[in-house]
Ligand binder design. Structure first.
Ligand code: FES
Length: 557
């Protein structure tokens, strides 16, 4: 067995390590454990979040399974900033930053204790890329387990979820629902543990990690409270033991072709725009060259096959019952839209994993045939133009195309925009511009779910566009463009826009522009200075200093 503890032996072998072993014995190590591989079981468990409140239980099952199979599992915790709770206030500035700190946490614990392998558990938006990024960085045998989706809530005979609660705000303020209904939605939207149920960012990224090969086939769809989840933990631990014994590491799995598979699946599921940000960041960790310009090809050539919220009807649990991510992957593979030869954590190829997956059943309505899909192209379009020379991301989910032109309504923060929307100050045809919310300007690139939900709740979803150098929750829908790069805080053209300028968005032409000549933009920015963000120390200040642009994944490493 000693050949498998090639890292941890630096901590456990020899006379010089007497003190190290003494400390490990205090936490239950026996002499025979010092020749076993030490596997870090990284859990994002937390009492603060339904997405993560059960992760430590899953981690205990993983650790015990490993310990019963001649390995030595040690649990440690990462953490979570839960977007649904951080949304709409200063807290959201900590969200994307948390991805980086979670990644660094796993890296540092693994390096500090010379771990031989990582079993990572994540389940809110940032905990998923934050857990997988260090696996690529460290390149030691690793597997990712998704904590699982929440079940649907029910109120007044209707299935609801967290986005129903966000949209209840705009609907209530616009007088469309009563206080009783609003409180009923609040009480029933989240019925227990699990990540937000639609094809929002957590389910998008969990599906992407299955498609990329870092999670077991079928595992990303299993609901958090389903007994099947615990079987999946054990199967994942068993797979990790295989990876250790065969020295299969994340960079063997996360190749360029594997990233292409992940992008295809994100598109076919109608996934979140955050996948652009996170997959570019993960690509950098894996030394895979992936740019924002790569995404349009896959969007143009991948149909949306699953009718998922926020634009569609169904949630992750429904997709799982219909056949889950493996069904969608099998359909893409059969159509020649997936690379079947990519290695996965099973030790087998994508094609081998999907060999026994049955085709589309008539008894479900979630997944559409490839010959008559939900939409013939994907949900994400990368735009460029004089407003976003380095790129922006448009979500077309639910809309066949977005062609919008209207006057800019300019706000220098999410709060300013929210006040205007809820106060009735935004009207049909407007383009709401929310700037200084980028990675450096926020800092932290907040998600604009509250403003987009307020627009939806006010019944303006098809009439008002929202553009920002911030980003969107996977729950946002409507005419929304985020990740505008360069951001306002780095003197991007978005900083030059004034009230009433005419903004044009075209998904067909893949452009976003403002009716200003280059010299006008230059003139307006002549005396521009960056805004004081108010953060001159701590994690947010460090992030603002180190992060790359949104088009480069806003990564700090
Ligand atoms: Fe955790 Fe949505 S807030 S997945």
């Amino acid at each position: 067995m000693d050949k498998y503890n090639k890292n941890s032996r630096h901590m456990t072998e020899g006379v010089e390590r007497t003190a190290n072993r003494a400390m490990l014995k205090a936490v239950g190590f026996k002499d025979e454990d010092f020749v076993k591989p030490i596997i870090g079981v990284a859990s994002a468990g937390s009492d603060v979040s339904p997405c993560n409140c059960h992760h430590d239980d899953l981690a205990d099952v993983a650790r015990d399974y490993l310990n019963n199979h001649n390995m030595k599992g040690v649990r440690f915790n990462t953490f979570v900033v839960t977007d649904g709770e951080a949304m709409g206030h200063e807290g959201m500035k900590a969200s994307l930053v948390s991805r980086e700190v979670i990644a660094d946490t796993i890296e540092l614990v693994s390096r500090g204790h010379q771990l031989d392998a990582v079993f990572g558990i994540g389940g809110c938006d940032k905990t998923i890329p934050g857990t997988v990024m260090p696996m690529a960085r460290l390149n030691i045998p690793s597997i990712f387990l998704y904590g699982g989706t929440i079940k649907a809530g029910h109120y007044n005979g209707r299935a609801i979820d967290i986005v129903s609660a966000f949209e209840a705000v705009g609907a209530f303020k616009a007088g469309k629902i009563t206080k009783t209904v609003r409180l009923g939605i609040e009480k029933n939207a989240c019925p227990g543990p699990g990540a937000c149920g639609g094809m929002y960012t957590a389910n998008t990224m969990a599906s992407a990690m299955e498609a990329i090969g870092m999670s077991l086939p079928g595992s990303s769809g299993i609901p958090a409270v389903d007994p099947e989840k615990y079987e999946s933990v054990k199967a994942s631990a068993e797979a990790l033991i295989y990876l250790i014994k065969n020295n299969i590491t994340p960079r063997d799995i996360m190749t360029r072709k594997a990233f292409e598979n992940a992008i295809r699946v994100v598109m076919a599921l109608g996934g979140s725009t955050n996948a652009v940000l996170h997959l570019i960041a993960l690509g950098r960790e894996a030394d895979v060259s992936l740019t924002i310009d790569d995404f349009n090809y896959y969007s143009d050539t991948t149909p949306i096959l699953a009718d998922m919220k926020p634009a569609g009807k169904y949630v992750m649990e429904d997709l799982h019952r219909a056949g889950g991510v493996p069904l969608v992957m099998k359909m893409l593979l059969d159509e020649g839209l997936l690379h079947g030869d990519c290695l996965t954590v099973t030790g087998k190829s994508v094609e081998a994993n999907l060999k026994d997956v049955k085709g589309l059943s008539d008894n479900q309505k979630v997944v559409y045939p490839i010959s008559s899909p939900v939409k013939t192209t994907g949900p994400i379009v990368v735009l460029k133009g004089n407003l976003a020379p380095e790129g922006a991301v448009l979500k077309t989910c639910g809309l066949s195309e977005v062609e919008h032109q209207g006057p800019a309504r300019v706000f220098d923060s999410e709060e300013e925009a929210m006040n205007a929307i809820l106060g009735g100050g935004v009207v049909k045809g407007d383009v709401v511009v929310i700037r200084y919310e980028g990675p450096k300007g926020g800092p932290g690139m907040r998600e604009m779910l509250a403003p987009t939900s307020a627009i939806a709740g006010a019944g303006l979803i098809n009439d008002v566009a929202l553009i920002t150098d911030g980003r969107f929750s996977g729950g946002s829908h409507g005419m929304v463009v985020g990740h505008i790069t360069p951001e306002a805080q780095t003197k991007g053209p978005i900083a030059a826009i004034k009230e009433g300028d005419i903004v044009t968005i075209s998904s067909g032409k893949k452009t976003i522009s403002v009716n200003l000549k280059p010299e006008e933009i230059e003139q307006r920015l002549k005396n521009w200075t960056p805004r004081n963000t108010g953060y001159d120390r701590g994690a947010l200040a460090k992030f603002a200093k180190l992060c790359r642009s949104a088009s480069e994944g806003a990564i700090t490493s």
